[in-house]
Design a protein around this ligand. Structure first.
Ligand SMILES: [Zn+2]
Length: 278
């Protein structure tokens, strides 16, 4: 039996919009948009690539079915007294129906004002597809992230934006390899670099920030990166686990690693200077 699309997570995050590709019918699509605009009042929590973290965003529906309908609005959530009374009525749900494609959503970060355009369209087989078009493709970087790491995280984010998840994972692997390289671990491939890094942690010779990073995160990014580009004994299905939830976790992991490695030390140094000559 086909899994019913349910939409009851109160902490709904826009990265799940990528799950729109799992929707199999118009009815499910109606439910999807109904929940966004009826229950979440045109605000959602989403990953903002400019802030490098999850932020509250305003969501607007910019283009969809333009047939006349008293319950349907050109953008945003329904307002005032025109709310349909019976929330479970299929007929009323259909009143915010989306029957023409493409559907275009605009999300605006309430903190930094950067925008994400979400394009939802049908492919040649009438399957739902999406693309996220960001006004900034900075990925999970932080202000003092070195350019080499920025480059690969940005590439990863572009892959994420169109659902090329295995490609994104291989870019995260490169970003991790640059993190090691720039911290003095230049010998060998990523496996050897990480082993030397872990040995230095054990021997208390590693960079200051290294002691705060859980080793398993780095190990897993390396393993996934290898799996994303290898034939894995002829097993293509290993790519199935590279889904949006995994990608989202890796983006957040990089955000925290870069914060600890490149932001906190700078802030402490700046603070320490203010204590000079006091
Ligand atoms: Zn932002």
């Amino acid at each position: 039996m086909k899994t019913q699309f349910t939409f009851s997570d109160p902490n709904y995050k826009i990265h799940k919009l990528e799950e729109i590709e799992k929707i199999n019918s118009r009815e499910e699509l109606y439910d999807f948009f109904w929940e966004i605009f009826r229950s979440y009042k045109d605000q959602i929590i989403a990953f903002c690539p400019h802030c490098g973290d999850e932020r509250r965003m305003e969501i607007e529906l910019k283009h969809f079915d333009d047939d006349r309908n008293p319950y349907r609005y050109s953008m945003g959530a329904p307002h005032g007294t025109i709310y349909p009374n019976n929330l479970n009525s299929t007929k009323e749900k259909k009143s915010i129906a989306v029957s023409k494609f493409p559907i275009i959503l605009k999300c605006t970060c309430l903190q930094c004002n950067s925008q994400v355009i979400t394009l939802i369209y049908l492919d040649a087989n009438q399957k739902l597809k999406y693309a996220f078009l960001y006004d900034t493709y900075t990925g999970a970087i932080t202000p003092n992230t070195p350019d080499e790491i920025k480059y690969y995280l940005t590439e990863a984010f572009k892959c994420r934006a169109i659902g090329a998840y295995s490609a994104a994972v291989s870019m995260y692997r490169s970003a991790l390899e640059w993190l090691m390289h720039l911290n003095g671990y230049k010998a060998g491939m990523l496996g050897k670099k990480l082993n030397n890094f872990f040995k230095d942690i054990d021997n208390k010779n590693a960079p200051e920030w290294a002691y705060s990073i859980p080793k398993n995160i780095l190990e897993v990014i390396k393993k996934l990166g290898n799996e994303s580009i290898h034939t894995n004994n002829g097993n293509l299905s290993i790519q199935d686990k590279m889904d949006i939830d995994l990608i989202h976790k890796i983006d957040l992991a990089f955000k925290y690693i870069l914060e600890i490695a490149y932001e906190q030390p700078q802030r402490l140094l700046a603070l320490s200077k203010q204590f000079d000559n006091v």
